[in-house]
Each structure stands twice: as C-alpha cells, then as structure tokens.
Design a protein around this ligand. Sequence first.
Ligand code: GRF
Length: 209
Amino acid sequence: MIKIAVLVSGSGSNLQALIDANLSGQIVGVISNKPDAYALERAKNAGIQTAAIEHKQYPTREAFDAVMHQQLLDWDVDLVILAGFMRILSAQFVQSWEGKMVNIHPSLLPNYKGMHTHKRVLNTGDVFHGCTVHYVTAELDAGQALAQGVVKVSNQDTETSLANRVHELEHIIYPQVVEWICTGALKHTSNGVIYRDHPMKAPVQFCKF
Ligand code: GRF
C-alpha cells in the first residue's frame, strides 16, 4: 500500500477530503510549517501522526526542507501531497521528490500561477475558473497538470463565492487523482505521465456548472 504524507499550512479542508475518501493508500503523516494550523487537529482526530516543523526556526529554506525531508524518510513515504502548503520548496527538495509529489492550485493552470487567483479571475472577467492538480517541479505551479475542475464564473460572483465553489471541486478532484496514483492508474515514468496505459496529453477535466 502506498504511504502518503500531506504537507499543510492552514485549515486543511483538502486534507479532510483526502481522509474522508478512504484512499487505497495510507496517509501515514501530516507535516505543517505552522504549529497552530487547524489541519493538524484534523489529522489528530483521524489518528494520523503529525509533525509541526516551524520554518522560522531554521536559518535557510534548505535547512528547513532538510528536516522535512528526513521526516518523510522516517515515515517511509512514497507520495507527498501538498494541500495548502504555503512555502516555496528548495530545488533540492523538489528534485528529491520529483514524480512523487503533487499539488493543488486554485486556478486553471497555466493561467494564474501564484497568489490571489480568484480576485485576478474576477478582475479579468474570465468566464471559466477552477483548480488544477499537478506534479510539482522546480518552476512554481508549472509541473504536468493531471486533473482540472472547471466552474463557470457568473457576474454575481464575489471572491468568496468563487473560492467556495472552487474549493468544492478541489475536494472532488484531489482525492480522485491521489486514488489514481494509489491504484497505479496514473504513473509518473521516465517517459512521461501514463494514465490508464496511455501517455497523458492533457489533464482530465471535471466540470460543475
Ligand atoms: C486551496 O485553495 C488550494 O488550492 C491551495 O491552498 C488552499 C488550501 O485550502 N493550494 P485547505 O487548507 O485545504 O482548506
């Protein structure tokens, strides 16, 4: 069974969705860089071991990442899931987990990398918005996209209403992608990403209009 670690910084609603999904893999640990993250409570309530590794206590990004890396090795982790983890990872850490680390980002990548995506979508007047699960590579929010959840933006939408709808889809697509990885339906190989025995050319799309 695949052993999973989830990295968090905040509320952890995606972590909760992963816990509730009863995955074929096992979530063996949750790491937070913020000791007061509510996500840690969710993990404890589910009987999952936790580690609070406060980034502020380390002189460099690399030093902090090295401690996280060691914790992941100690837990014998196969797959690292970033779920609202608000730290940029060092190149070395990303390289160590390449092909074994996924993230969810609240936009239809490659559009709106970075922060404040809902606001930027509203300001631009886009018709569609959503979220993307992707492999993590050294370049921010740029690894291969595996699945996208698409919502339609209405002119009644506020940043909050849009964020809520995108979040609902996140809670569907993230556990789904992780389950594909756990069952081997989705594989990262030296020849690229394979989905159900075919090269994955585009992310799987989930729409909620
Ligand atoms: C989500 O919007 C996710 O897309 C982004 O961080 C947020 C995490 O939310 N990467 P939560 O902590 O899972 O509720």
